[in-house]
Design a protein around this ligand. Sequence first.
Ligand SMILES: [Fe+2]
Ligand SMILES: [Fe+2]
Length: 307
Amino acid sequence: MSANAEAIELAKSVESTMETLMAEHRERREHWYFHDFIDWEKGESFKEKPWDVSQSTLSPEVRTAFVLNLLTEDNLPYYTSLFGKYFDEDSPMNRWSRLWTAEEGQHAIAMRSYLLTSRNCDPRLLEDDRMVTVEGGWNPQFETVIDMFCYTSAQELATRISHRNTGVQSDCETAHTLMAKIARDENHHFLFYRGVTTEMLAQAPDVVLPALNRVLQNFAMPGTKIPGFARRALQMARIGIYNQRIHAENIIDPLLRFWKIEDITDLSPEAEQARDDIFAVGPTLIRAAEKFEARQDRVSKKAASVA
Ligand SMILES: [Fe+2]
Ligand SMILES: [Fe+2]
């Protein structure tokens, strides 16, 4: 049996857990409506009053974070299609996947409505970026379907933190409220994927630990097709919306603590190695973060001495 066939079998064997997690999700999630949170009265005609950067109220970095987070949401249907091909149309996973996509859709609509009514983005550029992003697609080369569950566990948690921090740093009550609502939804998505991964880990740690290692070693947010992604991500990193330290301390650490992977016994040599490698991910990220922060520090001191 190929590695992916074995992985699909494992994922299908936890379908009752998916049903339970989906039922819990429906019970727990708050059904909110984005139109209740947008300041529509602030909206003005772009025909009569063309957009100009001077109309923006958010800092350039927070505007960038908003746009990057929004474009990631726009691209969400690609996740659905990735999962879709491994499961039957009416399987719990595909039913979850459609519900998930519908919820993510509101995030994109809500953030776009906020940016347009508050004039915190260039509307033409935003649409051009959306076209390039969605046309470019998102096709990560996951080795097995288990990698996808490990990835979405980390990615939903990362998205939650990125959205939340964007709202916190916006200095705008509407943005803060909206992003907190969205972040709460991301947390619920995270709980679904972490729950599925937890069950698979309990059943087949020899399969899941190598997948988790592959994902955590090469983790990247799904934005590489977004125009100027590296430059934009760097802006977000600088002001602490999302960076390597946050990734290590708020994503990797809590996930590893929750899964208690140090306590798993009777592992195959490959899974033992994967576990050792997984434990090295956080410290490597922290060392990179320290270098980044030292560089930032030098740049700010230099700028202060010139001024
Ligand atoms: Fe979302
Ligand atoms: Fe999400």
